[in-house]
Design a protein around this ligand. Structure first.
Ligand code: NDP
Ligand SMILES: CCCCCC(=O)/C=C/[C@H]1[C@H](O)CC(=O)[C@@H]1CCCCCCC(=O)O
Length: 324
C-alpha cells in the first residue's frame, strides 16, 4: 500500500484562485493489478489552462513520473513517463494515458523539460510558428508573455528561422532574459509609458506575425501595428482568465478588415501525430545550444497551489514546474 497525496478543488475559482479553493487529500492506493503500473511523480506542471479545467477534472494535468512497480511490460520499473492523472504524488494507471519519455533522452538533460521546452509548451511554440503562422525568414514577429514557457521558445525558434523578434514581458528581469536569448527588441509592458509607442519603436516597419498569448488590451493595441496581410496565431489570452465579468470591446473586426489580417486560434494537440519528430528536432536544437531553457522550480508537492497562483501572477521566468 502506498499513501498518495492529491490536491483537489473544494470551491470553484471566483476571480483569482485562493488558498482556500484547494485542499490536500491523502489516500491509500491499491497495489497495481495485471496491466497496471504504480507511478510516483517526479516533476509536476502548472499551466495557465488549469485555471479553466481544474474544476472539470479533465485528464490534462501533466507530470513526469517514475514507475515504482509495474504489471505492464510496456512500462518497466524505473522507466519515466509523462502522465495526465492530476495533481497527485502517486497514481495507478492502466497505461492508456501514459506517454513514455522520448527514447534516448540525454542523461544530462533534466526530465522536467518534458513538461516545458521539450514538451507541451515547446510543441505549442513550434506548431504555432510552423503550422499556424507559416513564419518566413526575415519576417518580423511579436510575442507577448515572451519570458514564459511558450513565449521564450517562440522567440528562440523565430530567431533560428532568421526573423526579427520583438518580445514583451512583465518585469525588467524578464526583459533582460529575453535580450540574453537573442530577442532583437524587448520591453516591459508594465512600465512603458505607452504600449502603442513601445510597439512602434520596436518595429517601425510593423509586424508580419503576432504570437498571441495575452489577449485583451494588449491585443487591441497590437492589432493596428500589424502589416497588411499580417497573421495572428491566437495561442492564449491569459489577461482575461481571472476576469469575474468578461471584458468588452474594442472589437478587432474593423482593424482586421482594413489590414486584411488572418487570425487563427489553435491548441497544440491538433498536430500530435507530429510530436515524436518535433520533440527530436527541439532536443537537437537544445543539444546544439540553439535553444536555451530556463525553469522556475517550486519545491514540494505541498506547494502546488502556490506555484499555480505564482504562475498566474507572473512570478515565473521560463517554465513553472514543481519538483516533488
Ligand atoms: N493553445 C495552446 O495549445 C496552448 C496555449 N497556452 C497559452 O499560452 C499562454 C502562455 O502560457 P505559458 O507559456 O504556459 O505560461 P507562462 O509561462 O507564459 O506564464 C504565464 C505568464 O503570463 C503572463 N501574465 C499573467 N497575467 C497576465 C496579464 N494579466 N496580462 C499579461 N500577461 C500576463 C505572466 O508574464 P508577465 O510577467 O510577462 O506578465 C506570466 O508569467 C497562455 O495564455 C496559455 O493559456 C499554453 C499552452 C498551450
Ligand atoms: C481552456 C482555456 C485554454 C486556453 C489556452 C490554453 O492554455 C490551451 C492549452 C491546451 C494545451 O494544448 C494542453 C491542453 O490540453 C489545453 C487545452 C485545454 C482545452 C480545454 C477545452 C475544453 C473543451 O473542449 O471544451
Amino acid at each position: 500500500m502506498v499513501q498518495a497525496k492529491s490536491w483537489v478543488m473544494v470551491k470553484h475559482f471566483d476571480g483569482f484562485p485562493k488558498d482556500s479553493d484547494f485542499q490536500l487529500k491523502v489516500e491509500e492506493l491499491p497495489e497495481p493489478k495485471d496491466g497496471e503500473v504504480l507511478l510516483e511523480a517526479v516533476f509536476l506542471s502548472v499551466d495557465p489552462y488549469m485555471r479553466w479545467v481544474f474544476w472539470n477534472k479533465l485528464p490534462e494535468y501533466c507530470k513526469t513520473a517514475e514507475t515504482l512497480s509495474s504489471k505492464n511490460p510496456a512500462f518497466p520499473v524505473g522507466s519515466h513517463v509523462v502522465s495526465h492523472c492530476g495533481w497527485r504524488s502517486h497514481s495507478v494507471s492502466d497505461g492508456a494515458d501514459l506517454i513514455p519519455i522520448m527514447a534516448d533522452w540525454p542523461s544530462d538533460v533534466s526530465l522536467s523539460l518534458a513538461l516545458g521546452t521539450i514538451g507541451m509548451p515547446g510543441l505549442t511554440a513550434l506548431y504555432g510558428i510552423e503550422e499556424v503562422l507559416g513564419l518566413q525568414k526575415n519576417e518580423t514577429l511579436l510575442v507577448n508573455a515572451a519570458a514564459g514557457a511558450v513565449g521564450n521558445v517562440v522567440g528562440q525558434i523565430a530567431k533560428i528561422k532568421g526573423c526579427k523578434v520583438v518580445g514583451s514581458a512583465g518585469s525588467d528581469a524578464k526583459v533582460a532574459y529575453l535580450r540574453e536569448l537573442g530577442f532583437d527588441e524587448a520591453f516591459n509592458y508594465k512600465t512603458v509609458p505607452s504600449l502603442e509607442e513601445a510597439l512602434k519603436k520596436a518595429a517601425p516597419e510593423g509586424y508580419d506575425c503576432l504570437f498571441e498569448n495575452v489577449g485583451g488590451y494588449f491585443s487591441t493595441v497590437a492589432l493596428p501595428q500589424m502589416k497588411t496581410f499580417g497573421r495572428i496565431a491566437v495561442c492564449g489570452s491569459i489577461s482575461t482568465y481571472n476576469d469575474g465579468t468578461p471584458q468588452t470591446g474594442p472589437y478587432p473586426h474593423f482593424t482586421m478588415i482594413v489590414k486584411q489580417l488572418k487570425m487563427e486560434g489553435f491548441t497544440q494537440n491538433r498536430w500530435q501525430h507530429k510530436n515524436p519528430e518535433s520533440l527530436k528536432r527541439m532536443m537537437a536544437w537544445l543539444k546544439e545550444g540553439k535553444l536555451k531553457c530556463r525553469e522556475h522550480v517550486t519545491k514540494g508537492f505541498e506547494n502546488m497551489p502556490a506555484a499555480f497562483m505564482g504562475l498566474l501572477r507572473g512570478d515565473n521566468i521560463g517554465k513553472a514546474v514543481v519538483a516533488v
